[in-house]
Design a protein around this ligand. Structure first.
Ligand SMILES: [Zn+2]
Length: 127
């Protein structure tokens, strides 16, 4: 499966543990359209995570990032509010809000998993 985007590279979407980049093309289309709408650089701190990635390996079953349909975007304050508003209009169904502590460590998780696929969606959570 391959995809291209004017905004994102295979490298930045790759698993930090294995180097494997296995993002879902349809998810990347969605993310690209959100990025175009949002109109400013998007700092991806985590995208694809292989099931052997330490964060996924300790879960009962691999999480959203192992599906290739999730990203964490470094954002806080007013930008976080605006990104959230835009994301809700682009079909993202899983929203994780990490907005505590130093602004540099804050992020928003977005995925587009579905209830039919066995995930509790739509949903929103905090970290
Ligand atoms: Zn995430």
């Amino acid at each position: 499966m391959t995809w291209t985007s004017p905004y994102f590279t295979e490298e930045e979407m790759a698993c930090s543990h294995t180097g494997i980049s296995d993002m879902d093309p349809q998810f990347m289309d969605k993310l690209t359209s959100l990025r175009a709408d949002w109109g400013q650089p998007m700092v991806v701190t985590s995208a694809y995570r292989h099931p052997t990635h330490p964060i996924e390996a300790r879960k009962e079953k691999p999480g959203a990032h192992a599906s290739g349909r999730a990203v964490d975007i470094a954002v806080s304050g007013e930008d976080a509010y605006k990104l959230l508003c835009a994301a809700l209009g682009h079909g993202f169904t899983g929203v994780g809000i990490a907005q505590k502590g130093p602004h540099g460590g804050r992020f928003i998780h977005l995925d587009d998993l579905t209830e039919e696929e066995g995930w509790p969606r739509p949903t929103i959570w905090s970290y």
